[in-house]
Design a protein around this ligand. Sequence first.
Ligand SMILES: C[S@@+](CC[C@H](N)C(=O)[O-])C[C@H]1O[C@@H](n2cnc3c(N)ncnc32)[C@H](O)[C@@H]1O
Length: 235
Amino acid sequence: MIKRKRLGQHFLTSNVIAKSISLEANITKNDIVFEIGTGLGILTPLLCENAKKVISIDADRELYEKAKSRFSRISNLSLEFGDGFKQNSVFSIFVSNLPYSKSKDAIEWLANTPFSHGVIMVQKEFAEKLLAKSSKNRRSVSIIANSAFEIEKILDVGKQNFSPPPKIDSVVLKIIKKKSLEKDLIHVINKMFSYRRKTLQNIFKQFGKETVIEKRLDDLSGDEIVELAKEILKR
Ligand SMILES: C[S@@+](CC[C@H](N)C(=O)[O-])C[C@H]1O[C@@H](n2cnc3c(N)ncnc32)[C@H](O)[C@@H]1O
């Protein structure tokens, strides 16, 4: 039970939704697909249908072993055991029904990793942060995600489509990589948001830097915030 919670193990039970996710991923014979969280494997064989290769990893050894015996005949599937966010696999498409507690880490990791596009399932509240239009509802992860990806909402997924059901509904998002963000830049954006209520003059001071800008983060567009973060890093 503890492991289940820690690893965010709510398994998708709807084959229809799994099929939609795999179709949305637009996989071709040139693609290497990386899936974090094999789970019980509802998505994995679907991803293999059109891919050159699928690498699917789970941090739960039991699930990894089960998938190994269940999918032993799929020749373009490489199953791995471990932490997917610590892998250096090269891939073109990312697909994951993300463990919820890892959503922010996953976005930061993806923002820093080269790939073409992906389909991810996240908790509804987290999706709302990524898709937030008003600056009040933005978080640092919204700025990081929108700078790195085009984000499109694909599907609402009710909690009844999982076993065991989570407390909150989910959303499937398509993310198309626009550019990669350096880890240092991500760190500075996060730190700037920890001083969110301060003026930029004061935020710059926290980094030992100076600016004449008196606005606050909520007065700026995402692009402007990223540019200021770059300025902080530069000087
Ligand atoms: C929400 S479940 C999704 C499982 C399956 N893809 C599905 O749709 O039913 C998340 C899965 O990610 C695995 N997991 C959690 N943290 C992980 C990590 N850091 N690296 C790899 N897998 C992880 C869990 O063990 C679990 O199987």
